[in-house]
Design a protein. Structure first.
Lengths: 548, 894
């Protein structure tokens, strides 16, 4: 189409002009096979990756459809090499199949003997495969199902997993939709997951991922193991499930450092699962404690490496990963996809915002010019000390003070990385402080007080980065962070994105010391959000009052 | 004179020019006469070349003529199996091609014959037909029924399939064991004269039977060019234009970036020439492409003369002046330069990284990568693509298939064809498997590739979508002004139909470094932007502007430091020190443009007592300065330039003008040579010397050296004679097609002593030689003679040793035939023709004692300076060096 909304680049990126009449139709057409990479205001960037194309194959799309979509919407002739590559890549999927054989159990079946020969000769599959039955079939050790799939993916011959899932132990679970309903995108996410069997759902912070989890459980109606980041989050899950489903408190167990309950629905923390004693994971038996029918991973972008390995053994069970920000600073997104499953649903933040399910947010970077004496100290500081020095610059306290004063009457969160700095801020602002040292009981109390409006300003360390639900928080001020972590920035913004009762705009401030590494890290931290369409306004600390 | 030479002489000028154009090796170096042209045209090397360059259809008609021996032009289409007017005219056209190339020629009666020597190149069974030697034996058994097909009617079962297996060749088969049904069938066939038993185990289908069963044909059907291209997918013109534009743009950008990289950091040249592996890796990293692509880009830049060895003592590859001229052109012009360079270069970049014969890794820009066939193969591949229907993506298999038909005796390796197609894709000549419009222009004479390239470029877009995440997108090919702005102020992230860029503090700083201001840059961005410039970008630009220039750098040669500000202020103001360029940087520091020594002298002259200090503040004693000049070598590597010059020379050699001028020259020389040869007595013994032919330029030199040496024996006291002369002549490579050793009783005193003489000058020259002059060939007869006897060059030189008239001659069984010749060129042709026709010839040989003898021989082959022949009278086969052959005459002059 000569005036299509899509431009296909030879480096396999797709540029979608969002203001175009057909942008929506095009977005829907390319979503099954292209990964959204950036979604700023004018042009969204998608990327064609082998994984994305294989996922599309798994979901029943073929190369011809993909090529047709590209040709239909592309404004310019599509590079021929790219079309060839798409067809070539997609044809690699499914030449190998994992099937359940009535006699031999789990079997890797090849439609093409040459591919089987290549795979069985590879060093990487050593130890994963059992006896070769004939030129196209080989027995797979059931415990290596996940690992093998991962290896095959790396070899470029992704296996189609037709072996199915164990049903698990049945347990009645239903949603109690009294006065509320799953939102359309939540329904879509649940349906997408269930259709695909296993996979990851990506939704912005505050968009109701817990409900997607609950919806999945209601579909599955089996015993469920829920893995979460920390105890506070575990309790939030429990409360939410009690409130939204037919489950009662007695049916939900908590398996954490404090309690070790195993019930039809068990919520465990990553930390307790990865605890080692004498080099052995002591709580591994939890995974086999019941015949789980569904395993839920909350905040899957934080999944620690040992859990990856454990997950590799759980391939026969349905798995659902939930996250807002599938960017890992360690670059292991692919492993998430190969072990938990492909991305089943993904909604750009701005889309959900446009539908009114999350609060509109305004992001502001406040640049603080350091006084000369501090600049001199900074310039001569040891390289490893520089970030800490810049991030904890004394001038930030005054900026925070002014921001808090400006937003008087609103619920304000002040978030930081360094405890010294947070203690100083506490003294400065006279507000309460939650850090890793605060007891769970005290945390609960302070969060409750904040939720109820009893206290209006709360200072938190990185413990509140994730999974803490503070619906009324409307302003977040970030004074320091862990270097250039993109997902931390996004998660912190997520703390204030629950829609407000009066539809107010949330404000996210990040205070940055000018001309220091703090500024460079801040630029990196902002990339994920900037790519989601959150444009940061940059103001100088001196001009702060001019900002509305 | 042989029919072949006669035919050659009878050709029109245009026909001769066509011959020389079709077989350029015949014209380079220029032959002296038509006779020597005939010799060269029948030499094995030249024939092999000629056969290697013709397509399957030409080869087929030549094979048919060889197989049939003599055939009229009208019968050839039937012989190769053509039926229908189209096929007949197809065959006729290719027969004309074979005739033009002198692979077949019509004799006086208009009967086509294969050129002498051609038959030997078709193996033992041309067209799968056995030699006719078995026909007689078959005929003995055949009985009354001459038609083998009729005989086969009564044959036992299985006999027909045996015959069918041998029918289209090869005609020899292994006889099955007796007692088996197949053995019985073969036995019956032998019994009835359809097959002939060669020995206990082999049978052969005789030629006559095969031809009869084939219906007189040599081939089943004419060899038609492959037609796979018809079934190939056809690409839309827009697709091809987009592919050409994007690939062309990419290659131009890569070469430009290479030039930019190397002008800053030129890589060193390896001692053996070429670019080291490490340098290649570094360059690949700078270009952000893989090493194979880098090697191609580097080679392409080299072929276009944009980078070259600088020839310094420690040589490195640096951009040339041509690179600046190239850079000044617009994109289409730049592309056309690269595309033409690629088309014409003899470089083979795909071999970079492979191992050579000694096991070493071949480097990019290695002088060894020169392959003279590379441009020919590129042209052939592009020709195949150009001949396919427009837009047809025919694929490498089809190209190889087509090339196999075009030159069946010299099929290029598939790997090379693949590599060339891959290069073509990179250059943008081929896109999506089909020849692009600019690619077509590149291979079409008279059309401008740059214009075709420009026509395919999408129109420029003067709009950029600026976004809050500091990226910008140009939804198309940026116009010149926008492109320039992006070059200056942004970093490109992805290219293709659109251009995505990112603004970073570094990229914006680059714009400031080139003189932009914050307001200017923002205004420029605003003119191209759709909507306003996003606040983060504006802030970025202003912030970068604020930081730009905070640190200042200037040049100074030396400084003055003192604790007394008043003293320094005085120095800075002192008009007598104005020449030193003193600037007060700080109250206690002055910077100076003058050097340390000059500064010291000036300050001392002013009555101060300065000391010099080093970087660490130590006081230095400054020694008087001495100067040296560095050694520079200007001799080092200009190899590429030289080899390119050679190629250009070779290209000139086949230019039409030169060939048109050459042909009349050949005719005049031929006539002059005849006039000169005619008076020589036939009885004169002639020594022949044939060397492998060569086309080195030296062959055109006058045969001074040879002649000089030939004079030698005379000067040495007249020793020698025919016996000694023969080997002497052989080693010395004595001069002239007819450089005669005219000798007689009166000269030199000893019997048969020779004196060298210029060829055409005849007796007069001989006389001059006798007087002790150095023989020089007459101007009209530049004879090909290697100045160095070791030169393995195909030139023909003959030494005629005039025997004393009174020398004993062997009794001649027959008088010399009037059609005989002692002209070495004609004699060779005669021998080859006789070999081809299995005819008898009278050959006068000079024995080891110097005594000539005449024998009636049936030549078998003439090859490598030797004649193999059968003497039917003595029933013996003999091999004789051709320089021992004095004269040749057909036994049957008709």
């Amino acid at each position: 189409m000569p005036n299509g909304p899509l431009i296909v680049q030879s480096d396999k990126t797709l540029l979608l002009e969002v203001d175009h009449d057909q942008a929506d139709a095009c977005r829907r057409a390319i979503a099954p096979f292209a990964e959204l990479e950036r979604a700023p205001e004018h042009v969204h960037t998608y990327r064609l990756t082998p994984l994305g194309l294989w996922n599309a194959r798994a979901a029943g799309h073929d190369a011809e459809q993909v090529v047709d979509v590209l040709l239909e919407y592309s404004r310019y002739p599509v590079p021929h090499a790219l079309l060839v590559d798409v067809a070539e890549t997609m044809s690699r999927y499914g030449r190998l199949q994992l099937v359940a054989d009535p006699v031999h159990g789990l079997v890797l079946h090849a439609l093409d003997a040459a591919v089987m020969a290549e795979v069985t000769r590879s060093k990487r599959t050593a130890g994963l495969l059992g006896a070769q039955l004939d030129t196209t079939d080989v027995v797979v050790h059931p415990s290596e199902r996940g690992h093998l799939k991962q290896v095959l993916l790396k070899l470029g011959w992704p296996a189609e997993d037709l072996a199915g899932y164990v049903d698990g132990e049945a347990h009645p679970i239903d949603l109690e939709q009294n006065g509320w309903h799953l939102r359309p995108y939540q329904e879509q996410a649940v349906a997408g997951f269930w259709h695909g069997g296993s996979g990851v759902v990506v939704l912005p912070c505050g968009a109701g991922k817990t409900l997607v989890g609950a919806g999945a459980m209601a579909r599955s109606k089996t015993t469920t193991l829920i893995l979460v980041t920390n105890t506070v989050s575990a309790r939030q899950w429990r409360d939410e499930l009690v409130k939204r489903t037919t489950l009662t408190e007695d049916e939900i167990g908590e398996y954490s450092g404090a309690r070790k309950e195993i019930k039809p629905v068990t919520i465990a923390t990553y930390q307790v699962l990865t605890t080692k004693r004498k080099g052995v994971y002591t709580h591994l038996e939890l995974l086999d404690a019941r015949d789980w029918g569904l395993i839920l991973y909350d905040e899957v972008h934080l999944l620690p490496a040992p859990i990856f390995r454990m997950t590799a053994d759980l391939q026969a069970r349905r798995r659902l990963g939930l996250t807002a920000t599938l960017v890992r600073e360690d670059g292991r997104e692919d492993e998430v996809f190969s072990l938990i499953g492909p991305k089943r649903f993904d909604a750009p933040w701005k889309d959900i915002e446009a539908q009114g399910y999350i609060a509109p947010a305004e992001c502001v970077e406040v640049r603080l010019t350091l006084p000369d004496s501090e600049r001199m100290t900074y310039a001569t500081a040891e390289p490893e000390e520089k970030y800490r020095y810049a991030a904890t610059a004394a001038g930030k306290n005054r900026v925070v003070e002014r921001l808090v004063a400006k937003h008087a009457g609103e619920q304000v969160l002040v978030i930081g990385q360094y405890l010294d700095q947070l203690h100083e801020l506490r003294d400065h602002l006279g507000a309460d402080l939650i850090t890793g040292e605060t007891t769970v009981r005290e945390r609960q109390r302070l969060f409750d007080a904040f939720r109820s409006g009893e206290i209006s300003t709360l200072i938190v360390s990185k413990v509140a980065n994730f999974s803490i639900d503070l619906p009324e928080a409307a302003v977040a001020i970030q004074v320091s962070g862990s270097f250039g972590s993109r997902q931390e920035e996004a998660q912190r913004l997520g703390r204030i994105m629950r829609p407000k009762g009066d539809g107010r705009t949330a404000h996210f401030y990040t205070v940055v010391a000018r001309d220091t590494v703090d500024q460079d890290f801040a630029a990196h931290r902002q990339r994920f959000l900037a790519e989601q369409g959150y444009a940061y306004t940059i103001v100088d600390a001196e001009d702060l009052d001019s900002v509305a | 004179m042989s029919p072949f030479t006669a035919h050659l002489r009878a050709r029109t000028d245009d026909e001769l020019v066509a011959l020389l154009r079709a077989r350029p090796d015949l014209a380079s170096p220029s032959p002296s006469t038509l006779s020597s042209l005939a010799v060269r045209a029948t030499s094995r090397t030249s024939l092999e070349r000629a056969l290697a360059s013709v397509d399957a259809a030409v080869l087929q008609v030549v094979e048919a003529v060889v197989a049939l021996g003599a055939v009229t032009a009208a019968d050839v289409p039937h012989a190769v199996g053509a039926d229908g007017p189209d096929a007949v005219s197809f065959v006729a056209a290719h027969l004309a091609g074979a005739t033009t190339r002198l692979l077949v020629f019509p004799d006086d009666d208009g009967v086509l014959r294969a050129a002498p020597g051609v038959a030997e190149l078709f193996g033992a069974y041309p067209a799968g037909l056995a030699p006719d030697t078995f026909d007689a034996r078959a005929a003995e058994r055949a009985g009354l029924e001459p038609d083998p097909a009729a005989r086969l009617a009564d044959a036992p079962p299985g006999a027909r399939s045996v015959v069918d297996a041998l029918l289209w060749g090869p005609p020899v088969g292994l006889a099955p064991a007796k007692g088996t049904p197949a053995g019985a069938a073969v036995g019956w066939l032998v019994e009835h004269g359809v097959l002939v038993a060669v020995d206990a185990r082999h049978v052969v289908l005789p030629r006559s039977a095969a031809l009869a069963l084939r219906g007189g044909r040599t081939h089943r059907a004419p060899s038609l060019p492959p037609t796979v291209a018809q079934s190939a997918p056809v690409r839309a013109a827009e697709t091809l234009a987009a592919e050409a534009a994007s690939a062309g743009d990419r290659i131009v950008r890569l070469v430009a970036r290479l030039v930019r990289t190397w002008e800053q950091q030129p890589p060193a040249v390896l001692r053996a020439g070429g670019l080291g592996v490490r340098e290649l890796k570094r360059t690949a990293a700078a270009l952000e492409v893989d090493e194979a692509t880098t090697a191609f880009v580097v080679e392409l830049a080299g072929a276009a003369g944009l980078v070259a060895d600088d020839g310094e003592e420690a040589p490195s590859f640096v951009p040339t002046v041509a690179a600046d001229e190239w850079h000044a052109r617009e994109l289409p012009g730049r592309w056309a330069v690269l595309a033409r360079a690629w088309r014409d270069t003899a470089r083979t970049p795909w071999l970079v990284g492979s191992r050579d014969d000694r096991g070493g890794v071949i480097a990019a820009l290695d002088p060894e990568l020169q392959r003279p066939w590379a441009p020919r193969l590129r042209a052939a591949v592009l020709r195949v693509l150009a001949d396919a229907p427009e837009g047809a993506a025919i694929g490498v298999d089809a190209v190889v298939e087509a090339l196999r038909w075009r030159t069946p005796r010299a099929v290029p390796p598939r790997q090379a064809v693949e590599a060339i197609l891959d290069e073509a894709v990179q250059v943008g000549v081929v896109g999506a498997g089909a020849l692009t419009a600019p690619g077509r222009a590149l291979v079409t004479p008279g059309s401008d590739a740059a214009v075709a390239f420009e026509a395919g470029l999408p129109a420029g877009v003067d709009e950029i979508l600026l976004q809050g995440d500091l990226t910008g997108i140009v939804p198309g090919r940026p116009g010149t002004a926008l492109e320039e702005l992006i070059d200056r102020a942004a970093r490109v992230e992805s290219r293709g139909g659109a251009l995505t860029v990112r603004f970073t503090p570094e990229s914006v700083r680059r714009a400031f470094d080139q003189g932009s201001t914050a307001d200017g840059l923002l205004a420029e961005l605003a003119t191209f932007a759709r909507g306003r410039v996003p606040q983060p970008l504006e802030y970025l630009v202003r912030d970068a502007a604020r930081r730009h220039g905070l640190v200042r750098v200037g040049g100074a040669s030396s400084y003055v430091r003192a604790d007394d500000p008043a003293l320094l202020a005085g120095l800075a103001e002192d008009p007598r020190l104005a020449g030193l360029g003193l600037v007060l940087l700080a109250p206690t520091v002055l910077a100076a443009q003058a050097g340390v020594r000059e500064l010291l002298d000036a300050l001392r002259a002013r009555g101060l007592a300065p000391v010099a200090e080093g970087p660490d503040g130590q006081v230095l004693h400054v020694a008087p300065e001495v100067r040296r000049v560095s050694r520079r070598s200007t001799l080092a590597a200009r190899r590429r330039a030289e080899s390119d010059a050679l190629i250009n020379q070779a290209r000139d050699a086949t230019s039409l003008e030169r060939l048109r001028a050459l042909v009349p020259h050949l005719r005049r020389a031929e006539e002059a040579a005849e006039a000169a040869v005619a008076p020589l007595p036939l009885a004169t013994g002639v020594h022949w010397e044939v060397r492998p032919e060569g086309d080195g330029p030296q062959a055109a030199h006058p045969a001074t050296v040879g002649a000089e040496r030939t004079v030698g024996p005379t000067r040495d006291g007249g020793a020698g004679g025919a016996t000694r002369d023969a080997p002497h002549g052989r080693t010395a490579g004595s001069a002239g097609a007819l450089s005669a050793r005219a000798a007689g009783a009166g000269i030199g005193g000893s019997a048969g002593a020779g004196a060298g003489a210029g060829a055409g000058a005849g007796a007069g020259a001989g006389a001059r030689s006798a007087a002790g002059d150095l023989a020089r060939p007459a101007v009209g007869h530049p004879a090909p003679a290697p100045p160095d006897a070791r030169a393995a060059v195909p030139s023909l030189s003959a030494t005629r040793t005039a025997q004393g008239a009174d020398l004993a001659r062997p009794p001649s069984p027959a008088p010399p035939s009037p059609a005989g010749t002692d002209d070495p060129a004609s004699a060779l042709v005669l021998l080859r023709e006789a070999a081809a026709q299995k005819a008898l010839v009278w050959v006068e040989l000079v024995g080891s004692t110097g005594a000539p003898q005449r024998r009636l021989l049936r030549p078998v082959r003439v090859d490598g300076g030797r004649l193999r022949a059968v003497d039917p009278q003595r029933e013996a086969e003999l091999t004789v060096a051709v320089h021992r052959i004095a004269s040749v005459a057909p036994a049957d002059p008709t």
